[in-house]
Design a protein around this ligand. Structure first.
Ligand code: GDD
Ligand code: MG
Length: 364
């Protein structure tokens, strides 16, 4: 089977992390986001993956070459000279996606869930129409593409409305599709949106179906959702009894849902959890309190710091007795001084914070 992952766009909503790495390479639960998807596709029997890239392709190529061997898949890069949106890249990769009659998967690179690729493929085959999209229910549908169903039909989509201004429903496009190669003839090679152009045309012809997702889902393309998605993902690992989580019998683990890379060093009398990810080579000083936060690799948290609802970027240092909360995102190599309070906001790479930040702000 074949798949295409949309890995373009500038990831502006996940700045300052995306000033350092393209969004798909930012680690989610200690693995680049895209690795979660490549692993799940390979496990479902996909052997050919196209990465549709338009931004810093060289970084992506280097990172992904190792997955070819690790997951036993062929990864082809399809590089756009101008951003082709969410449909144009499918046309650009027509040679691969259309090489035979079998359907192919399409994924947005920033969505996290228990990817049900096998069930999706079976469902798609059973109805026999051109496309199926995974849908999930959310409370705030206006940020997403919303689907409205045909009356009296459980899965055929009547209307697809991208980012609706008025409420039309709460079942949204989860950013994971399976499409027949015939869909490629609906797309022109130009910047074009699958959500604004292709899906509406397919629904008009009664060719687009929905498949309901079970379990958690999150678009982790912005800091608040990245943290919520982390909590959901860790909870699902807890439910499965996953060995990737740090044992709750460790004295410092509090409330579970804690994932600590084995190379990280944890000081004495720390209280960590619930919902914490600590990346490779992080160093946590004595008496540190961490909850609902992500520390990316090589970051250092000094003694008695208190961190909540925060993403600490790679190589950053948080000072003694510092307090970070309310969705703070530190970029790469940021230093927060001792006893400093940061109440939300983003700090650009290589900055030092020497005074309190009382209201959420962007520090550049
Ligand atoms: N190759 C390529 N080229 N990829 C692109 C481009 C481009 O020009 N523009 C965006 N992408 C990729 C992004 O990297 C991402 O993986 C995907 O297309 C969707 O773009 P986002 O910017 O993340 O869109 P969104 O989150 O606002 O909305 C989309 O996702 C929602 C689910 O999370 C839409 O598909 C919505 O309908 C959907 O509900
Ligand atoms: Mg997104």
């Amino acid at each position: 089977m074949k798949a295409l992952i949309l890995v373009g766009g500038f990831g502006t909503r996940l700045r300052p992390l995306t000033l350092t790495l393209p969004k798909p390479l930012v680690e989610f639960a200690n693995k680049p986001m895209i690795e979660h998807q490549v692993a799940a596709l390979a496990a479902a029997g996909v052997t050919n993956i196209v990465l549709a890239v338009n931004y810093r392709p060289e970084i992506m190529t280097a990172a992904l070459q190792k997955y070819e061997q690790q997951y036993n898949v062929k990864i082809d890069f399809s590089v756009e000279t101008e951003p082709l949106g969410t449909a144009g890249p499918l046309k650009l990769a027509e040679k691969i996606l259309g090489k035979d009659d079998s359907p192919f998967f399409v994924l947005n690179s920033d969505v996290i869930c228990d990817y049900p690729f096998k069930q999706l493929a079976d469902f798609h085959k059973a109805h026999g129409d051109e496309g199926t999209i995974i849908v999930t229910k959310v409370e705030e549908p206006s940020k997403y593409g919303v689907v409205v169903h045909k009356p009296n039909h459980p899965s055929r989509i009547d209307r697809f409305v991208e980012k609706p201004i008025e409420f039309v429903g709460n079942r949204i496009n989860a950013g994971i599709y399976i499409l027949n190669p015939s869909v490629l003839s609906r797309i022109e090679l130009r910047p074009t949106s699958i959500e604004q152009e292709t899906f509406p045309a397919m629904t008009k012809d009664g060719q687009l179906h929905s498949f309901d997702l079970e379990g958690f889902w999150m678009d982790v393309g912005q800091p608040k959702d990245f943290l919520s998605g982390t909590c959901l993902y860790l909870s699902s690992l807890t439910k499965k009894g996953s060995k990737e989580l740090t044992s709750t019998s460790e004295s410092y683990v509090h409330g579970g849902n804690v994932m600590i890379d084995p190379s990280a060093k944890i000081g004495n009398n720390c209280k960590i959890g619930p919902n914490v990810v600590i990346g490779p080579n992080c160093v946590i000083g004595d008496g540190v309190r961490l909850q609902r936060c992500v520390l990316l690799s090589n970051s250092k948290v000094k003694e008695h710091a208190w961190i909540k609802s925060t993403i600490v970027g790679w190589n950053s240092v948080v000072g003694r007795w510092a307090r970070l909360e309310n969705i703070c995102v530190l970029g790469d190599d940021v230093t927060v001084g001792d006893e400093i309070y940061v109440n939300g906001g983003s700090v650009l790479p290589h900055k030092s914070i020497k005074a309190n930040v009382d209201t959420p702000s962007i520090i550049m």
